[in-house]
Write a protein that binds this ligand. Structure first.
Ligand SMILES: Nc1ncnc2c1ncn2[C@@H]1O[C@H](COP(=O)(O)O)[C@@H](OP(=O)(O)O)[C@H]1O
Ligand SMILES: [Mg+2]
Ligand SMILES: [Mg+2]
Ligand SMILES: [Mg+2]
Length: 357
């Protein structure tokens, strides 16, 4: 068997594309959301989502024109709302990477509003288990984004149904592994923002790594590894903030069964995968509340690979392999259980015990 391909160019382009999109989402957050818009007003989020999607897809199309992209958003709202479109374009047209050479690798600035709309609409792949398909969530964790908490730009390359490259941009996660993880604007009080912002990436068979979001040049990549807790009594678990997206009560029962005493680390978005891959927590539980819900594959592709490559195991809540070749959703799976490989089996036993009851 030949050594696994290292996808160096895909990883580089994906990392830079995600970096550029995070610069954009931070601009959106600071220029529009902060202090001016109520939590119920979704339009700033839409501005964030649309622009980030355009920026990432334009970079992928420039470098890999034959690849497909499956992304969460589409442009019809922008096409029918010139005011919203102008708002997005104004910010998108201002965004570039600090390093000119890297920016030109992504194809440089988008040409005009039409190029932006076309890029957004190039994310319509229906997925599947053949060929190269990029799964993109331009902003995962909408609610976290609004709150000034956790959100992620999630980009995975799926080849013949397997995730081979994963990149997660986490603007509000610390780079330093001993720093506190915030999940709202108020959590930041007294905390310096300087150390915030990390990009996680992984290539199948080649490990996972972290780099600071704001690095100007040079590698500065550091390999990451999950921690293997010596005892579950010192382990901690992550879950979503939104009680509608997973069952907090069942997750609590599972943690109790495992002897976990620490309270759950509640975070929005795929940042949960990053947090456990980094060793800031140990287990990610996502037990479905509604069994008919199918997870979007872009919510999981990048995080799945990053955790696997950091020494973890990821299955669905029934212990099945996560199948990324079923279309735009994880149609063959229910929920997610991610943990260090050495304890994943034990965690699944507890999941079964709670679910079976
Ligand atoms: N009923 C449901 N159950 C599970 N996930 C859901 C859901 N409704 C929406 N989601 C997904 O949950 C994601 C956020 O995950 P989390 O709750 O872990 O922060 C959303 O991504 P977006 O924010 O990109 O729309 C959305 O795809
Ligand atoms: Mg999402
Ligand atoms: Mg999203
Ligand atoms: Mg959404």
């Amino acid at each position: 068997m030949s050594l696994p391909e290292n996808y160096a160019r895909e990883r580089r382009v994906a990392t830079l594309a995600v970096q550029r999109a995070t610069i954009y989402t931070q601009k959106v957050f600071h220029s529009l959301v902060k202090g001016t818009v109520s939590k119920d007003d979704r339009s700033p989020v839409t501005i964030g989502d649309f622009g980030a999607q355009a920026l990432v897809i334009a970079a992928i199309r420039h470098n890999f024109p034959d690849d497909e992209v499956a992304a969460e958003e589409e442009s019809s709202l922008l096409r029918s709302n010139p005011e919203l479109r102008d708002q997005v374009w104004k910010l998108v047209s201002q965004v570039c990477l600090p390093d000119a050479e890297e920016d030109s690798l992504l194809g440089g600035p988008l040409k005009d509003e039409n190029a932006m709309l076309d890029a957004i609409d190039a994310g319509k792949s229906t997925g599947g288990n053949r060929g190269r398909i990029w799964a993109l969530d331009p902003i995962d964790g909408t609610l976290g984004f609004l709150r000034g908490g956790q959100y992620a730009i999630s980009l995975g390359l799926i080849q013949d149904g397997e995730v081979v490259v994963g990149v997660l941009g986490c603007p509000n996660l610390p780079v330093d592994k001993t720093a506190r993880v915030i999940n709202s604007e108020s959590d930041r009080e007294g905390q310096n923002d300087d150390g915030l912002g990390a990009i996680y990436s992984a290539v199948a068979g080649h490990g996972a790594s972290i780099r600071p979001l704001a690095r100007r040049r040079g590698p500065e990549e550091e390999p990451i590894q999950m921690r293997e807790p010596l005892s579950l009594s010192v382990a901690s678990f992550c879950e979503g903030v939104e009680a509608a997206h997973s069952s907090h009560s069942q997750q609590k029962a599972i943690a109790e069964r495992l002897g976990i005493v620490a309270p759950p680390v509640r975070l929005d978005s795929a940042a949960k995968y990053a947090v456990i891959a980094r060793g800031l927590a140990d287990i990610y539980l996502r037990l479905p509340r509604n069994l008919s819900y199918e997870e979007n594959f872009w919510d999981h592709a990048a995080g799945y690979l990053i955790v696997k490559e950091a020494g973890g195991e990821v299955t669905d809540a029934m212990g099945r392999r996560v199948d990324f070749g079923k279309g735009r959703t994880l149609a063959a799976n229910k929920g997610i259980v991610a943990a260090p490989a050495g304890i994943h089996g034990k965690v699944l036993e507890a999941v079964r015990a709670v679910w079976g009851s």
